[in-house]
Design a protein around this ligand. Structure first.
Ligand code: NAP
Ligand code: MG
Length: 406
């Protein structure tokens, strides 16, 4: 069979530990035999980030802006223990945070569903996607531990030094805590545009929730910006596609989502999205089954698995033990990036290959060859023997060949 040609590259961002091992297995066994893989490679393993003073991360983000599509392996975000383990010059920041800041995007997370692993919420039939605003609020807050009685104020001074606003936050009678957070109109606008664009792309309704009854300026501002952008730029396209944009209070949406069939995109502010994406992942089946794509308003896409580098499995793998790591979310990241390349460059064969890659993994899992994270969630009589990584990839390879030939 002739390999599928790929004239334009995708940006390949390699990472650490067990996911790095899986990364090259997936590439060599499941992609390169079928596709003339064209990537611009950036090695974000922790030693290389340290050697390049983290410039490699910045370069990878710039490369995604040039080629519009990236695929990323999980990477270690160093803490003190990792600094010691790797002898790092410094505690480099999270690569995901650096890339997100450069691309100014929204993160969309969707669980992979298997019929063998029943969602905890039995009425869910279709995956629920969480769209998380990846800027501001408590993630950029300033905080202060109030030592005793005194007055906390919120003051805004404009560029010329003129005080435009001063409000009392609280007059403390004793010790307490204090927090100040912010967001930016341009970031909220990109968040809104990314959400509406993605909803049109995947053909699903968009729900957006905040707590604007309580946060009458802050959260209301999000609501109004979404409404304005929807009316000015997207309403006609949503109507033409038969899709709905629905705003409601977050408690209302939380209750409705639990009672729904799924199949919608739920746009959340930063903290809400952080919490809800883990809740949706766990309730849908298993945390490692979460896919993730960062979509920027300029039309750049970065695909990854939501899980980390699976350090425990790596330690066992280093000792020569057989491990059974779930590759589906990492395969879905590759499939997402290849499919997007196929769509942008009009290469139907590449899109078809990407669909088969996802399908092959799903079918092998549906047959009962489950990795160890899922085996515990499935009735024992439906399980085949648990495949270690080499065997699992071999089964998927055979299935992929059959699908491509079929
Ligand atoms: P993790 O790597 O996601 O692993 C947490 C646990 O979830 C694992 O110990 C394993 O459970 C299970 N798990 C996750 N992915 C799995 C898979 N593909 N197959 C089977 N089981 C899987 O999170 P972590 O242990 O908190 O973090 C490890 C490292 O990853 C850290 O250095 C962190 O900085 C990094 N990290 C990176 C990203 C990213 O790059 N996007 C995201 C999160 C964390 P069992 O041990 O019970 O089998
Ligand atoms: Mg979280």
């Amino acid at each position: 069979m002739e390999k599928i040609k790929m004239p334009n590259p995708i940006v390949e961002i390699d990472g650490d530990e067990m996911t790095r091992v899986l990364w090259s297995m997936i590439k060599e066994q499941l992609i390169c035999p079928f596709v003339e893989l064209n990537t611009e490679y950036y090695d974000l393993c922790l030693p290389n980030r340290d050697a390049t003073e983290d410039q490699v991360t910045v370069q990878a983000a710039q490369a995604i802006k040039r080629h519009h599509i990236g695929v990323k392996c999980a990477t270690i975000t160093p803490n003190l223990q990792r600094q010691e383990e790797y002898g790092l010059k410094k505690l480099w920041s999270s690569p995901n945070a650096t890339i997100r800041a450069a691309l100014d995007g929204t993160v969309f997370r969707t669980p992979i569903l298997l019929s063998k692993v029943k969602p905890v919420v039995t009425c869910w039939k279709k995956p629920i996607t969480i769209a998380r605003h990846a800027y501001g609020d408590i993630y950029r807050a300033v905080e202060y531990r109030v030592p005793g009685a005194g007055k906390a104020e919120l003051v805004f001074t404009d560029e010329s030094g003129q005080e435009l606003s001063r409000q009392t936050v609280f007059a403390f009678q004793g010790p307490g805590i204090l927090q100040g957070m912010h967001n930016r109109d341009d970031s909220i606008r990109s968040f809104a545009r990314s959400c509406f664009t993605y909803a049109l792309e995947v053909g699903q309704d968009l729900w957006f929730s905040t707590k604007d009854t309580i946060s009458k300026d802050y959260d209301q501002h999000f609501k109004l910006i979404f409404q304005e952008i929807f009316e000015q730029e997207f309403q006609a396209k949503f109507q033409a596609a038969g899709l709905r944009y629905h705003y409601a209070l977050i408690d209302d949406v939380a209750a409705k989502v639990i009672r729904s069939e799924g199949g919608m995109i739920w746009a959340c502010k930063n903290y809400d999205g952080d919490v809800m994406s883990d809740l949706i992942a766990a309730a849908s089946g298993s945390l490692p089954m979460m896919t993730s794509v960062l979509v920027s308003p300029e039309g750049n896409f970065e695909y990854e698995a939501a899980h980390g580098t699976v350090t425990d499995h790596y330690r066992r793998y280093q000792k020569g033990e057989a491990v059974s790591t779930n590759p589906l979310a990492t395969m879905a990241a590759w499939a997402g990036a290849l499919k997007k390349r196929g769509e942008m460059d009009d290469i139907p064969a590449l899109c078809h290959f990407a669909d088969c890659l996802n399908q092959a993994g799903l079918e092998v899992f549906e047959e009962g060859y489950l990795s160890e994270d899922l085996a515990a969630l499935c009735p024992a009589e439906e399980l085949k023997e648990m495949p270690e990584n080499g065997k699992l990839l071999g089964l998927i390879r055979a299935r992929l060949e059959a699908l491509l030939a079929g």
